[in-house]
Design a protein around this ligand. Structure first.
Ligand code: SF4
Length: 749
């Protein structure tokens, strides 16, 4: 924090804007930011930052960022006090819960939630709200990876991450770290680490329907038709069995289901999948052999593998390939982080299909229903119809399929409240918005992302600026709502008030401090270790390890503390019943039949839609920064030159992309980076909707929302996830007035 009228000072921090966790140094004076640069002394990122880092300042200073609670009155918004905001929310929640039951209450938690330590207060808030229908960005993103971890390793949060610093063969499927800076692999400078793999003689191969920015930086890029990753992976596994390349190494005693796995995938030979994937059989066979024979290999799949028709099956085989080549939980393969808190131990193991959505009967995962049923659960009358929605840092109008239907649904709610810093496409439907402080006005520690870091690491940063008088941090808002909305017995109420009162008094950092102290590297680490003797535990309480982690220790090390390379964690970390890796869970074996039928009936589609992301953008929430959106229009429909010629589309011409649910119009960008038959539109745009109060986004980056044409009924039948990659569409040129004029002139001449 700063005193008035001092000289320039430096503040060290972790950038929270994406998963990379880059260390930054912010030079500031008298409450103003002078510069933001990469922190060369940060052990994880070593000075790397991306252009989005300027968003730290732009979000903080954005005049459109809400600083006070607001309520909607007609089409206007009026500032109200915190008391009025909380009272109104409390009255409406209790009224609707009393009149229509807890089934009528729903909550949606958006992606930025994972970038704040306030995340820890989300579960008590949801519990207190009593919402029976829960939704989040998980079912628009990484759910298949979590399901696979739950089915095979026994815990949904056991995410394997590539050991980038030691691998010599890195296979990336459906991921674009050059734009995303790494997802479910927190790296700080992923492309620097990928470059290092190649520099030490390793190989990096990318499989993707688009020659992405990452493709330019790897040894080989292989085009694959959208939505067919499962078939490619199944053929890789089939080759490994057929060529006797299965090499379990250290996992030999831990694996069960090898024969069932082989039998389930027998028919998916490289020749059988060539047509559906678009990859020559010889190339698949060669890749399988290369991967299996590499001494240290990591097969990593990301968003592209998740949001597709066979996303569940793809998530399964991504784990399988690493296991059957002995590359899971082994140096240079896919490993598990050893974070400063036991994130896995603290979180629930997960469950699948425990609940079914009322209208379509789609399965829940981890207590959440797929977000693609949210709109219909609001719009379909009957018992259990959602009438109240709470959102936390989420924008499902732009992120969920069929955004126009979502718009219609949110507009019909009896009551909606949002915890958010903007009046955006979603929160404009809210009756009350509660804005938390800016991220620079609170202390910061990445709580969830440490569990997917490619190197063990801990960092805590204090607030850079004092919070304005009367402002509330996200965790304070969540705590107040939890206090007001919870229903419990008298005793339960006293206990809850005691705990929550302590958190309120001591602050969230006190909770983080406790978690650190009892974590793997903490001052009381011995207490947290299951196999520690009673004597050592008592000693750990009486004589804490002064060198162990605590907030104070991290405060003394403002660049962060390197906790070393990833270390093997199995079998101790395995959470399955007999501490085995289940290679062929029945849920997947049953679903293989669906894929088999698809392969047998496969006919070439017309055009298929895929999404994309740009390095200066992060979903929908970075578009109000002028510095990040300026320059040429990035909301374009990318098309292969052959498709463009066949469809008579010229570069820059407006095209109409149409699916079952609607059309969008945007300029064409003709590029050989797209494989034929594929059209790519970035997600997160569509800020031109009426009522959005984000001036820069609406004027300079309005674009169109790709999710206005993704289809909430087109799903992966196993997981219930929407298909966002591989949506069948038509693409046609739009005759603008200028086109017609030019045509008339041509005719006249
Ligand atoms: S890659 Fe960019 S947005 Fe992500 S943490 Fe680093 S600087 Fe921030």
């Amino acid at each position: 924090m700063t005193d008035a009228m001092t000289g320039p000072e430096q503040h060290f921090r972790t950038c929270h804007l994406c998963e990379a966790m880059c260390g930054v140094v912010i030079e500031h004076q008298d409450g103003r930011i002078l510069s933001i640069k990469g922190d060369k002394e940060d052990p994880l990122s070593q000075g790397h930052v991306c252009p989005k880092v300027m968003g730290l300042q732009d979000l903080h200073e954005d005049p459109d960022r809400l600083r006070h609670p607001v309520k909607r009155v007609g089409t206007d918004w009026v500032q109200i006090s915190w008391d009025e905001a909380f009272d109104t929310i409390e009255q409406n929640v209790k009224r609707i819960r009393r009149e229509q039951g807890a089934e009528a209450l729903a909550v949606y938690v958006g992606n930025p939630t994972v970038h704040t330590p306030g995340l820890l207060l989300i579960p008590p808030f949801i519990h207190a709200l009593g919402a029976r229908q829960r939704f989040s960005a998980t079912s628009l993103d990484q759910l298949p990876a979590m399901l696979a971890s739950m089915q095979m390793f026994g815990h949904q949060l056991l995410f394997p991450v590539p050991d980038l610093d030691r691998t010599d063969f890195f296979l990336i499927i459906g991921g674009n770290p050059a734009a995303s800076n790494g997802s479910i692999m927190t790296t700080g400078d992923p492309m620097g680490r990928i470059k290092a793999i190649r520099a030490r003689g390793g190989r990096v191969v990318l499989v993707d329907p688009r020659r992405t920015e990452t493709a330019e930086k790897v040894d080989e890029h292989v085009f694959i038709k959208p939505g067919t990753d499962f078939f490619f992976l199944a053929a890789m596994v089939q080759v490994m069995f057929a060529d006797s390349l299965i090499r379990l190494r250290h996992l030999g005693e831990m694996v069960e289901g090898l024969v069932e796995l082989r039998d389930a995938l027998e028919e998916f030979t490289p020749e059988a999948v060539t047509d559906i994937t678009g990859i020559p059989a010889a190339r698949i066979r060669e890749l399988a052999r290369e991967f299996a024979r590499a001494e240290q290999a990591a097969c990593y799949g990301r968003i592209g593998t998740c949001v597709q028709e066979f996303g569940g099956l793809s998530g399964w085989l991504l784990h399988v390939i690493n296991v059957i080549t002995g590359n899971l939980d082994r140096e240079g393969g896919m490993m598990f982080s050893n974070p400063p808190f036991d994130v896995v131990g603290m979180g629930p193991k997960g469950n699948f299909g425990k609940q079914r959505s009322r209208v379509r009967g789609l399965p829940s995962f981890g207590g959440e229903l797929p977000t693609n049923v949210l709109a219909e659960e609001i719009l379909t009358p009957g018992k259990g119809q959602i009438r109240l929605l709470a959102t936390h840092a989420g924008n499902p109008v732009l992120s969920a399929p069929n955004g126009r239907l979502m718009d219609e649904a949110l507009a019909s709610l009896d009551f909606m409240f949002s915890i958010d810093i903007y009046i955006n496409e979603t929160t404009r439907h809210a009756h009350i918005i509660l804005p938390p402080t800016s991220a620079l006005e609170r202390s910061h520690m990445d709580v969830g992302l440490a569990a997917v870091s490619v190197r063990n690491f801990a960092k805590w940063s204090p607030a850079l600026f004092d919070a304005p008088e009367g402002a509330k941090h996200d965790w304070q808002i969540l705590l107040e709502l939890s206090n007001r909305l919870g229903e419990s017995s008298t005793l339960g109420r006293y206990v809850k008030q005691g705990v929550q009162g302590a958190v309120e008094r001591l602050g969230l950092d006190a909770g983080l401090d406790l978690m650190l102290r009892f974590g793997e590297y903490g001052t009381h680490a011995a207490l947290a270790k299951k196999k520690t003797s009673v004597g050592r535990r008592v000693l750990s309480v009486l004589r804490p390890d002064k060198e162990g982690l605590s907030i104070r220790k991290l405060e003394e090390n403002p660049h962060g503390i390197d906790l070393g390379p990833l270390r093997p964690r199995f079998p101790d970390a395995l959470a399955t019943r007999h501490r085995k890796i289940i290679l062929a869970p029945q849920v997947y074996v049953d679903d293989v039949m669906r894929a088999s039928e698809k392969m047998a009936q496969h006919v070439s589609h017309g055009m298929q839609l895929i999404g994309r992301r740009h390095v200066r953008s992060n979903n929908s929430w970075m578009h109000n920064s002028n510095r990040l959106v300026k320059g040429k229009n990035r909301c374009t429909a990318m098309l292969n030159p052959d498709d463009a010629a066949r469809l008579q589309i010229t570069d820059g011409q407006t095209v109409r992309v149409t699916s079952r649910v609607g059309s969008i119009e945007l300029p064409a960008e003709i590029t050989a980076a797209l494989m034929p038959g594929v059209v790519s539109v970035p997600h997160g745009f569509g800020h031109g909707r009426q009522g959005v109060r984000m001036a820069t986004a609406s004027k300079k980056a309005a674009g169109v929302s790709v999710n206005d044409i993704t289809d909430e009924t087109f799903i992966d039948a196993l997981t219930g996830m929407p298909v966002l990659n591989g949506v069948p569409v038509t693409v046609a040129p739009v005759m603008t007035a200028a086109d017609r004029e030019a045509g008339a002139e041509l005719e006249a001449s």
